[in-house]
Design a protein around this ligand. Structure first.
Ligand SMILES: [Zn+2]
Length: 61
């Protein structure tokens, strides 16, 4: 269902099925619905630095 996004700074991946519970983001929250001030929990990169992961490309690796 939800699309995964990868941090362009550190490579951390946001998985909407897991959310980011340590920052109050419930599992099942799409990346698009994260608050504007949400940042990468690993390196503090802003949302706009995240890149949509191509699921087919991931499978092919
Ligand atoms: Zn990051």
């Amino acid at each position: 269902m939800g699309r995964k996004y990868k941090c362009g700074w550190c490579g951390w991946i946001y998985d909407p099925s897991r959310g980011d519970p340590s920052h109050g983001v419930a599992p099942g929250t799409p990346f698009e619905e994260l608050p504007d001030d949400w940042r990468c929990p690993a390196c503090n990169a802003p949302k706009e630095e995240f890149i949509l992961l191509d699921m087919e490309g991931v499978k092919g690796l």
